[in-house]
Design a protein around this ligand. Structure first.
Ligand code: UDX
Length: 472
């Protein structure tokens, strides 16, 4: 067992770039590897190809320390590493619920083919259960090391927006291993984190794979649970925010991930629950996770219902109505638009004939690439000016902090749909706005809300592009 292992990190998307930087920050020598030359060049120059608070500073510190370098050369990687972490993306296969494992398969085999001394291969990507044992056989078949070559699985639970902190101070570490040697290698690699009394679960490979999808499924279920309650609230006049607070005081339930609204999106939760459903069916236990299809369906219904609220405020039709869509990223402090509820709502509004102006503080470029036909404003002021309905879709601080009276001067009609329960309803109502949110009673109708202005609009056609982003 190498005491101070040299590490490679294959795949420098969200997960890999963060892992490489954090491992160098912990004092290890790290080589980041990717097939994308542009990405490697940017990282080597101290630029992250995505928005993540705190990461660029940490990246530059690591580069200055001389402990972190980047390459596209797999020969060099195979030679360098005592431990190879594979962090490439496992996106949803187009037209299917299954995960696309091409990148994972090729990263492992490209490396294994070139390995001439014993080193540990560690998967960090989120994969269907059974992938590690399948890949073990595949890499042993192509590597000069044959069955001496070993695989481990070490799932990663980092959240975008908190990537550095989650990596350096995780809730727990999980090592899926098939030998004491592999466990020892991983203990050496995570020594500084384990020394902080971070809980460790050592398991077999399948359990380690399952922990990740089971955790994400639980989180998605918790969000859809409160959003299902929001649907019940809407039918009864109850208040879902008060309900969530009251439920959250029960320690067994807890308040986190119980925030109702537009629901979950991003590069993980939606595709992970779908891939899990798909894999469970393959394994003959589809019924065990059939509820996840309902979790997904509840989540999608929230988007449709948000469009309903905007339409209601617009007087029953969206044709020619100018709507300010505030937010495009799947959550604040991120520029990630993969499966973003915000953009999906903007798209649906557009398809119903609304004139939609989308504004996001960080994600406009990615949003534009995914949906080139939508209109993008370069400021909050520009987006809301002349709008008849303002829809808050991602809860950036900039939107929370905006002054409702000042915004009211810019719009054509003071109608707001708060898709994330992020605004102060009383302040908006006091400033003459009609405020609506999912799972809340409609509330008092301010007398002074002017009628909706309509503009002539050409018939809409929108081709949603495949939303793809940095590998992970
Ligand atoms: C998630 C998991 O949290 C993380 O552990 C895993 O490694 C990757 O997937 P991430 O996708 O970065 O992380 O975002 P997260 O903060 O979990 O939010 C996911 C989505 O759920 C967002 O769209 C967010 O807006 C939504 N959400 C979250 C809610 O709608 N309500 C909540 O109460 C919490």
């Amino acid at each position: 067992i190498v005491d101070h292992p040299r590490m490679t990190v294959i795949g420098t998307g969200y997960l890999g770039a963060t892992h490489a930087v954090c491992m160098a920050a912990l004092g290890f020598d790290v080589l980041g590897v990717d097939v994308d030359e542009g990405k490697i060049e940017a990282l080597a120059e101290g630029r992250t190809p995505f928005f993540e608070p705190g990461l660029p500073e940490k990246l530059r510190e690591a580069l200055d320390s001389g402990r972190l370098r980047f390459t596209t050369d797999f020969d060099r990687a195979a030679e360098f590493g005592d431990i190879h972490f594979v962090c490439v993306g496992t996106p949803q296969l187009p037209g299917s619920n299954a995960a696309d494992l091409r990148f994972v398969d090729s990263a492992f085999t490209e490396l294994a083919r070139r390995m001439t001394r014993k080193a540990l291969l560690v998967g960090k990507s989120t994969v269907p259960i059974g992938t590690a044992s399948r890949i073990t056989a595949a890499v042993q078949a192509v590597s000069p090391l044959g069955d001496e070559l070993e695989l481990a699985w070490n799932p990663e639970f980092l959240r975008e927006g908190f990537a550095v902190d989650d990596t350096l101070h995780p809730d727990r570490l999980v090592f899926g291993v098939s030998s004491e040697w592999a466990e020892g290698q991983l203990r050496a690699a995570f020594r500084p984190i384990l020394d902080d009394d971070t809980p460790l679960v050592v398991s077999d490979l399948a359990t380690a794979e399952l922990v990740k999808v089971a955790a994400n499924s639980f989180l998605a279920t918790k969000i859809s649970y409160i959003n299902a309650m929001a649907e019940v609230c809407e039918a009864t006049g109850a208040d879902v925010n008060q309900l969530a607070v009251a439920l959250g005081y029960d320690d067994r339930i807890g308040p986190r991930f119980l925030k109702p609204g537009l629901g979950f999106g991003g590069g993980c939760l939606p595709k992970d629950i779908r891939a899990f459903t798909f894999r469970a069916a393959e394994l003959g236990v589809g019924q065990a996770v059939a509820f996840l299809e309902e979790v997904d369906a509840i989540n999608i219904r929230r988007r449709v219902r948000t469009v309903d609220l905007v339409r209601e405020l617009a007087g029953g039709s969206l044709e020619g109505v100018r709507v300010a869509a505030l937010g495009a990223a799947f959550k604040p402090n991120s520029d990630d638009v993969r499966d973003a509820p915000a953009l999906d709502v903007a798209r649906m509004l557009y398809l119903e004939g609304a004139s939609v102006s989308v504004y996001d503080p960080e994600a406009t470029e990615n949003a534009h690439r995914a949906y080139p036909d939508l209109d993008y404003a370069s400021s909050l002021t520009e987006a809301v000016t002349g709008a008849s309905v303002v829809a808050l879709l991602t809860e950036w601080d900039e939107f929370r902090d905006a002054d409702p009276a000042a915004l009211g001067e810019l719009v054509a009609a003071r109608h707001v749909v708060d898709g994330r329960h992020a605004l102060d309803a009383d302040r908006y109502r006091a400033a003459g706005w009609e405020y609506r949110a999912l799972g809340l009673p409609a509330g008092p109708h301010p007398a002074a809300v002017p009628a909706v202005a309509r503009v002539a609009q050409p018939a809409q056609q929108l081709q949603p592009a495949q939303v793809g982003q940095a590998s992970q």
